[in-house]
Design a protein around this ligand. Structure first.
Ligand code: NDP
Length: 468
């Protein structure tokens, strides 16, 4: 049984069928609200359709050559292997179709009306459905349109480049690729393409990749990627891209390099997807980047309009968008005002090896606390002993010596993402280093290092390193 507020067509109209929008629409509908949700492309959003999920499937695909090599050390002889890009894409597309179906069914089962159309605001309570030109009204409106890859229009030849969107549907696997950027997407795709046999170069403007991560993770991953054969160019950017006579692309860099590659991929951040949404007509304010400005309850400056997820440019992560959607539901439909908690978000970079991290980096902790203890372990993972692979795992705990709380945990190594999820609970619970110390190790695992680093590797006093 659905209820519609007296004068409107819907209680809630959601624009955007990604992680945040689908969650808000589905739960509101299951609470008996009359809900419509409009999506111009495919349900599931960036995460499911051309982000986290297909990316992780690509990561798995790209790991097999190392698995085959490692097998020899364990007595296996693996026959000749070959890779078929077309088969991977087809299998990935089938899985994405299945997941999209689940998203749609979830909405339908909850009683939400699915509208396959772009939707634009006409005023604070009215939405125009672009496919039909029809307008509908709603008591509350949620904008969850996500983000789009920054096309970097200032770059001459940008139209010849791809972004992560196209990377999921390339007709053929290129022989060589130049990836611009040093963030999550650039680093993950550099590892994916390299693992699949593509000659890979990454170019980043900063001094070290992954600017927002702990320095040991950044340096450790950089070294591991170079050891595999990925070329990393730092403190440089692409100046222009042009077609070359061989049918590929020539990229010239500010630093004076000329690179001939088959494909150039730009991974230079993602912009809030707000262009042409009718925000001005509805009076919704945005910031200089076009992100919708919201208060602590995800409410815009217009009382009945809310925005969730990447379109607000708070923290661009799927679980954050879902959490913001659940807080919206609590606040608006369960009478329990709840603001999203953006503190201590565990995250992973699905590079090879992975990075798993939660809390403050060493640098951030040094700025925040007068006395910091850094516990650091670097070792060869057990699997590498027989495989002979030269790789290192790095684990780091950052402790505020003032109250003994673990304020940061960082791992570079296999399954670091899985470990980060569990470490996230301990940091959220406010565990101290003593809690870690009195926890029994699970042996033999890599993560046992996290509870057996009894002495600090070094201390930081007022931001300065003091070897302990
Ligand atoms: P990021 O913000 O992670 O990285 C953008 C990169 O582009 C940075 O290295 C940045 O440099 C660089 N950059 C930005 N503008 C320019 C410019 N004009 N010239 C040269 N370099 C530039 O964005 P991504 O595109 O990699 O990913 C978007 C978001 O998606 C991420 O922030 C993340 O939240 C999310 N994501 C999460 C994943 C996960 O959870 N595993 C995976 C993929 C994406 P600088 O650092 O110097 O600013």
């Amino acid at each position: 049984m659905t209820t519609a507020a007296t004068t409107y067509d819907y209680d809630l109209f959601v624009i955007g069928g990604g992680s945040g929008g689908v969650r808000a629409g589905r739960v509101a509908a299951s609470l008996g609200k009359k809900v419509a949700i409009a999506e111009e492309y495919r349900f599931g959003g960036t995460c499911v359709i051309r982000g986290c999920v297909p990316k992780k499937l690509f990561v798995y695909a790209s790991q097999f050559p190392e698995h085959f090599e490692d097998a020899a050390g364990y007595g296996w002889s693996v026959g000749e292997s070959s890779f078929d890009w077309g088969k991977l894409i087809a299998a990935k597309d089938k899985e994405i179709d299945r997941l999209e179906g689940l998203y749609r069914r979830g909405l339908e089962n909850a009683g939400a009306e699915i509208l396959a159309t772009r939707a634009e605001l006409v005023d604070a309570h009215t939405v125009r459905l672009v496919a039909t030109g029809k307008t509908v009204t709603a008591d509350r409106i949620v904008i969850a349109t996500g983000g789009t890859a920054n096309p970097h229009e200032a770059l001459p030849g940008h139209e010849l480049c791809i972004t992560s969107n196209e990377a999921f549907h390339l007709e053929t696997l290129p022989k060589s690729i130049l990836i611009a950027g040093g963030g999550y997407i650039a680093v993950e795709f550099a590892n994916i393409f390299h693992g699949l046999g593509v000659e890979t170069t990454l170019i980043y403007r900063g001094k070290e990749i992954l600017s927002r991560f702990d320095i040991d993770m950044r340096r450790g991953l950089h070294a591991a990627m170079e050891a595999k054969g990925i070329r990393i160019i730092l403190t440089d950017v692409i100046d222009d891209v042009a077609k070359n006579p061989a049918g590929g692309l020539t990229a010239r860099t500010k630093g004076g390099e000329t690179l001939q590659v088959e494909t150039v991929m730009l991974a230079l951040g993602r912009d809030p997807h707000t262009k042409g949404l009718g925000l001005e007509a509805a009076g919704v304010k945005t910031d200089a980047r076009g992100a919708i400005i919201v208060n602590e309850y995800s409410r815009t400056n217009v009382d009945n309009i809310y925005a969730l997820g990447d379109v607000t440019d708070r923290v661009q992560l799927t679980p954050v968008a879902i959490h913001e959607a659940m807080c919206f539901i609590e606040t608006e439909y369960r009478g329990n005002p709840t603001s999203p908690d953006h503190d201590l978000i565990a995250t992973a970079v699905f590079s090879q090896p992975e990075i798993g991290t939660v809390g403050l980096s060493e640098e951030e902790a040094a700025k925040k606390f007068a006395d910091v203890e850094v516990y650091r372990a670097e070792f060869r993972p057990m699997k590498a002993t027989l495989s002979g692979r030269s790789e290192r795992t790095i684990m780091k705990l950052i402790v505020n010596a003032g109250d003994r709380k673990v304020v940061g945990a960082h791992i570079l190594g296999h399954e670091a993402g899985e470990m980060a999820q569990l470490l996230g609970i301990t940091l959220k619970a406010g565990c101290t280093k003593d809690d870690f110390d009195r926890t029994m190790a699970v042996h033999p695992t890599a993560s046992e290092e996290l509870v057996t680093m009894y002495k600090p590797s070094y201390l930081l006093k007022n931001g300065e390193r003091v070897d302990g």
